[in-house]
Design a protein around this ligand. Structure first.
Ligand code: F6P
Length: 367
């Protein structure tokens, strides 16, 4: 018996947004409608839309002229875990959680969706893996500025974030130099140092601190003081939000209990700023770049990569190779099971060529 042709797909963007999401939505919708005669349903706000049954058909017009736009036309959310969804409060004010996956299954069946394209990071892939276990075919498309998804050499959004971070580091470099200050810039990336390493390397940051290499305050202060003595009277420090001292913890900005990933990092730049200032007497300032790294129009490389990934995803729909996530491995677009990337993070290997290159130009890596 031959399998029934896919007639309708759903598409959602989950987790933190990143530049390039619209390029995926565009190619998936265009190729589905024009090449395969498949209807496309846009799911609003990631898993929220599936839970609350908020979805709408996507037309060719809806996806026209969106490749240059940052964000996602579908909306997204990183605080909706269907297997542990906040449904209200009990009499004591404590949040009540429920597994609402069955509700999603009903909505997907009611809408006659044959397969879901889930564009997201490890949290979204964990959600997709859960749906697969409940009989909903899914295809994953990896996105994240953090570049930390397992089994893919790169995710779209990363290059734009690195460009934005580098532009900001360049600007801070010039004011650091005028005022002879130690300037500390905190960059995103969760538990991975890819953004900080790439942007630090690209801008000639003097100190680059990433979560994978716990830093010693002695080493960082020595770099600042030595530079100052040698007449380079400023130091540019790029620090990843997830970096930590050899003898310390990560700095947590806030906890979001309803989220699949409840820990929001942030604030290490301020901690480091005070420590360096107290220890060295040098004038020190901190900047936390924050969400500026997630916004804006995608650079050309991210638009192209996102289009490549989205095209591969729709090809997998056509060949019914469900429950896989598209990845880039050694320059080739291929796929691996969604289950194999769910809930995992790809950190910077200590022998990564970027680390070696940073050391080669004399960057202090904090160790
Ligand atoms: O995963 C992308 C990311 O921007 C991380 O780099 C950062 O730690 C996190 O999301 C911030 O999340 P939120 O937008 O919920 O503050």
């Amino acid at each position: 018996m031959t399998a029934r042709k896919v007639q309708r797909i759903g598409i959602l963007t989950g987790g933190g947004d990143c530049p390039g999401l619209n390029a995926v939505i565009r190619v998936v919708t265009k190729a589905a409608i024009n090449k395969l005669g498949i209807d496309v349903i846009g799911v609003e706000d990631g898993f929220f839309g599936l839970i609350r049954n908020r979805m709408h058909p996507l037309s060719l017009d809806d996806v026209s002229n969106i490749i240059t736009r940052g964000g996602t036309i579908l909306g997204t959310s990183n605080s909706a875990d269907p297997s542990r969804f906040a449904v209200g409060k009990d009499a004591g004010g404590k949040t009540i959680y429920e597994d609402v996956t069955k509700r999603i299954v009903e909505h997907v069946h009611d809408r006659h969706i044959d397969c879901l394209i889930c564009i997201g990071g490890d949290g979204t892939m964990t959600g997709a893996a859960n749906l697969i276990r409940h009989g909903i075919p899914c295809i994953g498309v990896p996105k994240t500025i953090d570049n930390d998804l397992m089994h893919t050499d790169i995710t779209f959004g990363f290059s734009t974030a690195v460009q934005t971070a580098s532009d900001c580091l360049d600007k801070i470099h010039s004011t650091a130099s005028s005022h002879h200050r130690v300037m500390i810039v905190e960059l995103m990336g969760r538990n991975a140092g890819w953004i900080t390493l790439a942007a630090g390397l690209a801008t000639g940051a003097d100190v680059v601190l990433i979560p994978e290499i716990p830093y010693s305050l002695d080493s960082v202060c020595e770099t600042c003081v030595t530079r100052s003595r040698r007449g380079k009277r400023f130091t540019l420090v790029a620090v990843a939000e997830g970096a930590r001292r050899v003898d310390g913890e990560r700095v947590i900005g806030r906890l979001v209990p309803d989220s699949p990933d409840p820990v929001r990092l942030g604030g290490i730049a301020n901690v480091l700023c005070n420590e360096i200032s107290d220890r060295t007497g040098l004038e020190t300032r901190a900047t936390i770049l924050g969400h500026v790294q997630r916004g804006g129009t995608p650079v050309a490389a991210d638009r192209a990569l996102a289009t490549l990934f989205g095209h591969k995803a729709i090809q997998l729909v056509a060949t019914r190779e469900f429950n896989n996530v598209v990845v880039m491995q050694r320059g080739e677009t291929t796929f691996v099971p969604i289950e194999s990337v769910a809930g995992q993070q790809r950190q910077v290997p200590l022998d990564d060529p970027l680390v070696a290159a940073a050391r080669a130009v004399g960057t202090c890596m904090g160790d």
